[in-house]
Ligand binder design. Sequence first.
Ligand code: FAD
Ligand code: NA7
Length: 519
Amino acid sequence: MSILTIWSRRSTLTLIRNSVESYSRRCFAHKNYDYDLVVIGGGSGGLACAKDAVANGAKVAVLDYVVPTPTLGTKWGIGGTCVNVGCIPKKLMHQAALLGEGIHEAVAYGWKVEGVEKVKPDWSKLVQSVQNHIKSVNWVTRVDLRDKKVEYINALGSFKDANTVIARMKNGTERELTAKNIVIAVGGRPRYPDIPGAVEYGITSDDIFSLSHAPGKTLVVGAGYIGLECAGFLKGLGYEATVMVRSIILRGFDQQMANIVADAMVERNIPFLRNTVPKSVEKTEDGRLLVKYVNTETNEEGSDVYDTVLWAIGRKGLVDDLKLNNAGVVTKGDKIPVNEKEETNVPNIYAVGDIIHGKPELTPVAIHAGRLLSRRIFSGATQLMDYDNVATTVFSPLEYSSVGLSEENAIAKYGEDNIEVYHGYYKPTEYFVPQKSVRYCYVKAVAERSGDQKVLGLHYIGPVAGEVMQGFAAAVKSGLTIKILLNTVGIHPTTAEEFTRLAITKRSGLDPTPASCCS
Ligand code: FAD
Ligand code: NA7
């Protein structure tokens, strides 16, 4: 080996060693801390961040603690909202409801089902099946954390100072943990309205998926996506469900689509009490719940008796237990404002997921942001979380999925003259045989009016909405135009292909219903 080669190898090695050392100095220099990272909150965002950090060589502890619900005392294991009282049990109950419909459809398709008119749900069995799945996910999560060497501490976290977290265990004992970096990923919990009887007699999404008895006739208060989804699956499971709407349906979503979702629910006999707020909940002599309410437009008062009242009036960020003042972290209401790097106002304290102010409250958002944050802290990455064009689905009985801008937001941003909206009703092939209503199956593309017409938003109401939208979301992120969309050959017969057949613009005034649809 020549001297030159040896010298060149040595200098390459020295260069690598120097850069690794300088990088380690930046990230792992403070040997006087117990951990490189402490994460407060073991949900979607916190766990993703913690696991990624360990993979990048950091020493990590995650604190997770669930305060039981006020009346029923419901609590759950590691994994956060999505796994325990959110996306997962919700999707399973939605699926249970769809299967109920499917049994009747099967008969139309030629299945002989004995006593189909007597088919009814077994709530206890459903809850048990759902909870069994959740417990298995809790178990796998704990094993995964142990295998990946993330230290899991079942304790409520609060700040002593900007580098010290106090972990309060279930038995009241406390442990102090110091860390160079701290990530707040505490998420939120459902709100209760400030009216008599709300807490004593009402439940929330935190209780419904493990409720020990069948919910019976249910009033769902709130017309956000959680309210619509809960009312939808309850009705699908055979329980009477009513939605109480304070103002608009699905605030933040495209309002034309939101109203179609609601109309499709009304068609399934889910009544909507519009412009109505609850005033009180009382227990009747026979143990049911009397809800008094008022119409905010007419001031007319009304009341009805229900078996269950479910509050779905929004969620509150869990900042109160954190003692953020001790670390100097500022809040905005019950949320934590962060910059584009998910940094709070305190340099070594970050926040991800539902607790951050002004970003979509969705599991994949929390996960993606948590991972990218870890990579920026521990492996020198620079990629920032992109919160735009995040697709989402409302699992209402007839599902709604969207990506990008609503029609009204596109108009507000670009001006009505600069926006073209393509739309159309359609008939899913599989709906014909069981003669299911196609009245509300509808797609819409919101695009720039000029040039190749960049797509700004896609909206779809129909079966398997999330499956349809996921791929289109990638296309929108890649700069999809109407020209490309209409040049895409469809997959026939699917409902997703309707996006490739959008020929009618709203501006044209042409009828968007296919022949014989909706009659
Ligand atoms: P979380 O998952 O809420 O985790 C935070 C964890 O921190 C919790 O375990 C909490 O108990 C714990 N914690 C709080 N304070 C402390 C503390 N001081 N110390 C220690 N631990 C603490 N999203 C979707 O993408 N798709 C869906 O279909 C969907 N459906 C939903 C349905 C329902 C009914 C609900 C309620 C939510 C749904 N979401 C859905 C939203 C999704 O669940 C959240 O966006 C996601 O869980 C947020 O993750 P996170 O990490 O920010 O917080
Ligand atoms: P949302 O989406 O915040 O919706 C809450 C709904 O509850 C909405 O329709 C509100 O009406 C209504 N609301 C709020 N307060 C009241 C009171 N006091 N009385 C009656 N109705 C009320 O909450 P979700 O629970 O569906 O979802 C929570 C979050 O999880 C959400 O941000 C998602 O991103 C994830 P309004 O439109 O304000 O008049």
